[in-house]
Design a protein around this ligand. Structure first.
Ligand SMILES: Nc1ncnc2c1ncn2[C@@H]1O[C@H](COP(=O)(O)OP(=O)(O)OP(=O)(O)O)[C@@H](O)[C@H]1O
Ligand SMILES: [Mg+2]
Length: 153
């Protein structure tokens, strides 16, 4: 409904596609017709440690994921663009960091925060090149409690 505050959630994994999703999500959050400001939630799910360790290894870093520092770097990178754009556009931003199965938790958080629209990349950081959807986006589209805006790679 126009003029009503919307809650938009973007799922970030630090990939170029998720950065594209962030641009769209911030743009959507900016385009408000009424006096109520929209709110943007950005969520990062710490998946399995093997994936994080692989990522650090690929960057030539040897930080241990278990000590928290490894994750911290990955998380800082993942939220870099959304923090910058939301600040520039003066969009209210809430950062959510959780640990577990990405799709399950994105869906859970969308329900918990009563999200109106979820924005997600078609693919992400996965090494396997897919035709269209990654495993997280496929699951989220199937089970989301609200509309899902899929930003193509
Ligand atoms: N851990 C995560 N936390 C938050 N959002 C995520 C996470 N993983 C993926 N996403 C979101 O889902 C989108 C699609 O990523 P997905 O993981 O489905 O594709 P992929 O990495 O190419 O494939 P796969 O992980 O199945 O190998 C990303 O662009 C991002 O928006
Ligand atoms: Mg992935």
């Amino acid at each position: 409904m126009l003029g009503v505050r919307r809650k938009i959630m973007v799922a970030v994994d630090g990939s170029a596609v998720s950065d594209k999703a962030v641009y769209e999500a911030v743009w959507l959050a900016c385009s408000q017709a009424g006096k109520f400001k929209n709110k943007l939630f950005a969520v990062f799910v710490k998946g399995d440690q093997v994936q994080a360790a692989d990522e650090l290894f690929a960057r030539g870093q040897s930080a241990q994921v278990e000590d928290g520092d490894g994750w911290q770097q990955i998380i800082d990178d993942a939220f870099l663009v959304v923090r910058k754009l939301a600040a520039e556009k003066e969009v209210a931003l809430e950062i959510l960091i959780v640990e577990g199965d990405p799709a399950t938790l994105i869906i859970h958080l969308a329900k918990k925060h009563d999200i109106d629209l979820l924005v997600i990349g078609s693919t992400g950081k996965g090494a396997m090149k897919r035709a269209f959807l990654g495993s997280v986006s496929a699951k989220v589209i199937e089970r989301a409690p609200c509309g899902v805006y899929v930003v193509r790679a």
